[in-house]
Design a protein around this ligand. Structure first.
Ligand SMILES: Nc1ncnc2c1ncn2[C@@H]1O[C@H](COP(=O)(O)OP(=O)(O)O)[C@@H](O)[C@H]1O
Ligand SMILES: [Mg+2]
Length: 304
């Protein structure tokens, strides 16, 4: 039985269970400082946090690449510390796949097809099934025509899709995505968001780390905010979290931008990392500023 899937009418065990989880790199740099978190099967969770808040570290723990320095953590019924030490790691990684932020880490073969086939070949599957899985993963990411390209011949967005396909070919129940839309142009970004939505519709558990607020309502039904103190600051529905401007400022996901219009000083929020054109006296609308347009749920403004 897959952990987390209800049977005999019993309440589902969480797929991931973390209690007081701390992680420090080299025993010194604290990256996570006491995380309590349950994730259920089929959830579409976003880990929202500013740079350095511990998102990538948490994804590596969820993927069993590293074990907690302190605290208790299980994933799909396995002790994560044991998985990180190599115990049952092979079986575990058939169920849970991590798409790294940098696709160059994931793509190391001569062609996209070889990269996507790598996992299934490692599983020792028969050639027919390897081909079936490769075709399925390439089709899901809409890159069938790129199968024979070398990774260095791909654009940034195509590389991301190839990296995701290389994880999907293992047919994992859980897909972890680290900043999947970072550094993509807007059109490429929304194509990728649509593909992520479809992965979720296929019934997978999706956990996506991002600091891009505009994609959150599309890809998540739950949001966990990591604060700069590297703890969980909030956990709720996308609308609740995105409407809480004070929370977003405290989490350094938007910043109050001070500037002047006609001699009157005021502030309004901006998504962090977004440029503000032409201030201090740019004559743009006051108060309900640029930040909100990309934060609120609903509307078609975010689609190209
Ligand atoms: N390999 C590493 N060695 C030492 N410190 C690290 C390493 N990776 C991340 N950190 C530190 O851990 C903290 C959390 O980083 P990270 O998980 O990468 O955050 P995020 O993904 O949210 O940007 C940061 O302070 C970062 O500098
Ligand atoms: Mg990161």
């Amino acid at each position: 039985m897959t952990p987390g899937v209800p049977s005999n009418g019993r309440a589902a065990e969480p797929l991931f269970r973390l209690r007081g989880v701390r992680f420090s790199y080299a025993g010194r740099n604290v990256a996570l400082d006491g995380i309590d978190l349950d994730v259920k099967a089929g959830e579409r969770l976003v880990l929202l946090g500013a740079n350095g808040s511990g998102k990538s570290t948490l994804l590596k723990l969820l993927d069993g690449i590293i074990g907690p320095s302190e605290g208790e953590m299980t994933a799909l019924g396995h002790e994560v510390a044991a998985v990180a030490a190599g115990e049952d790691a092979f079986r575990f990684h058939r169920e849970v796949g991590l798409v790294f932020q940098d696709p160059d880490i994931q793509l190391f073969s001569a062609t996209v097809m070889d990269d996507v086939a790598f996992g299934p070949l490692q599983l020792g599957l028969p050639a027919v099934e390897v081909k079936e899985r490769v075709d399925e993963a390439l089709a899901a990411m809409e890159i069938t025509d790129l199968a024979n390209r070398a990774p260095f011949e791909l654009s940034g967005g195509e590389k991301k899709r190839a990296a995701i396909a290389s994880v999907l070919s293992l047919r994992p129940d859980v897909v972890l995505l680290d900043e999947p839309t970072a550094s993509l142009d807007p059109r490429t970004k929304w194509v990728l968001v649509d593909l992520i939505v479809r992965m979720g519709l296929a019934g997978r558990t999706l956990i996506t780390a991002t600091h891009e607020l505009d994609i959150v309502p599309i890809i998540a039904d739950r949001v966990v905010v990591l604060g700069e103190d590297r703890r969980v600051m909030a956990d709720g529905k996308p609308d609740e979290i995105l409407d809480d401007r004070d929370l977003l400022v405290r989490a350094n996901l938007i910043h109050e931008h001070l500037h002047e219009h006609g001699g009157i000083r005021h502030s309004h929020p901006h998504p962090c990392g977004e440029h503000h054109d032409g201030d201090p006296d740019d004559g743009e609308p006051v108060a309900a500023g640029a930040g909100e347009a990309s934060m609120s749920a609903g509307g078609d403004g975010r689609r190209p």
